[in-house]
Ligand binder design. Structure first.
Ligand SMILES: [Ca+2]
Ligand SMILES: [Ca+2]
Length: 383
């Protein structure tokens, strides 16, 4: 009888739940708060609906409904038709997660590295003149750098960047080069440099060096040949006619040097003005001349053959200038043109980042890429 009553109560509860259920736990409250007064205290409803009870009611013919109490839910959830799909979905989820993790690891392992050596490791920049003076002559030098390699290696440095050490005057921190293929004597000799490259590589460290393609020193052989109009060197620099009377030069336009005042300087030997983005002792090379571009590429190859791993190209945005020579626009339109002498007083739309600049840089990159693909190029260059 008790079993029959329990079954009847469940059916009543089911019916009641179906009528008032709104999809929440409301029915459980109903069960607890609104017991059927016709049922005695020892009514087996709760005990017989327990999942461990031996007197489980027969739910055949009863469909699950939203908001059913957990005791009823357990009766249904244990049935094979619900348990099997649930377990299949569970293991499919686990398998999918494992497959995704495995695929992620595999992709990471087999993918090429996104960063190259010059992008991923710390870089240590050295201004050689003030770094270490190995012979106590008052100037830091290449041997001084070599003496400190053990210390640099302990810093976990991956690349050393040595700033300009080329044969040059002391003007503009040695950025006016007199010979791109020579070490300035105050820093040592080419043999010192070769020894330094080998020692750096022995430490597993890369080496990059400064390279300043935009201009040379006015003492460079090319400039001396250009100002006297010798052969192909005639157009190695940017020359234009200008008037020069009573010591006063009227330049071709209002372009200014980075260091102030006109970027044109009258040369009495050639009787023309040459262009300089920086100091007047640093005439700009004419990068619209293919011969100049070829010269620079040969210099890049020269240092790559010495074992250098890369370059820091300096002042690249100044490589080209507009050929139309129009005046640049004043920042302050009301300023009297004759008083515009500071670099910041003009917009430099015609003297920086000109069309074609990136093609020149890409040409530099192609040389280095070709060199990078040659196996053991460093060792062969030492043979
Ligand atoms: Ca020294
Ligand atoms: Ca230039």
């Amino acid at each position: 009888m008790a079993e029959d009553e329990s079954k009847r109560d469940s059916l009543q509860m089911n019916r009641k739940g179906c009528q008032i259920n709104n999809g929440f736990v409301q029915n459980e409250d109903n069960l607890e708060q609104d017991p059927d007064p016709g049922i005695s205290q020892d009514n087996p409803r709760h005990s017989t609906l327990g999942i461990d009870g031996s007197q489980e009611p027969n739910f055949q013919g009863i469909q699950p409904y939203a908001g059913m109490p957990k005791e009823v839910l357990f009766q249904f959830s244990g049935q094979a038709c619900y348990r099997l799909p649930r377990e299949i979905l569970f293991w499919l989820t686990i398998a999918s997660v494992l497959v995704l993790i495995g695929a992620t690891v595999a992709i990471i392992v087999i993918s090429p590295k996104c960063l190259d050596w010059w992008q991923e490791g710390p870089m240590y920049q050295i201004y050689p003149r003030s770094f270490k003076d190995s012979d106590k002559d008052g100037n830091g030098d290449l041997k001084g750098i070599q003496d400190k390699l053990d210390y640099i290696a302990t810093l976990n440095v991956k690349t050393i960047w040595i700033t300009s050490f080329y044969k040059s005057s002391l003007k503009d921190f040695r950025y006016g080069i007199e010979d791109f293929r020579e070490i300035d004597p105050i820093f040592g000799t080419m043999k010192d440099f070769e020894n330094l490259v080998a020692a750096i590589h022995d430490k597993g460290i890369k080496l990059i060096i400064d390279f300043i393609p935009n201009h040379t020193s006015d003492k460079h052989t090319w400039f001396q040949l250009s100002r006297t109009r010798v052969g192909k060197y005639t157009d190695y620099y940017i020359w234009h006619d200008c008037t020069h009377e009573d010591g006063t030069t009227t330049p071709p336009n209002n372009w200014l040097s980075v260091y102030g005042n006109s970027s044109w300087h009258f040369d009495e030997v050639r009787n023309q003005c040459y262009f300089h983005q920086f100091m007047k002792e640093q005439p700009d090379l004419n990068f619209r001349n293919p011969d100049v571009q070829e010269e620079i590429k040969e210099i890049i190859q020269f240092w790559l053959a010495k074992g250098v791993d890369g370059f820091s190209f300096d002042a690249v945005k100044f490589l080209l200038e507009a050929t139309h020579l129009r005046d640049e626009i004043q920042v302050n339109k009301t300023q009297i043109p004759g008083t515009v002498t500071h670099y910041s007083e003009l917009y430099h739309d015609f003297t920086t980042t000109q069309v074609g600049m990136h093609n020149i840089v890409q040409g530099f990159r192609q040389i280095m890429d070709q060199y990078s693909r040659e196996p053991a190029c460093f060792h062969s260059s030492q043979a």
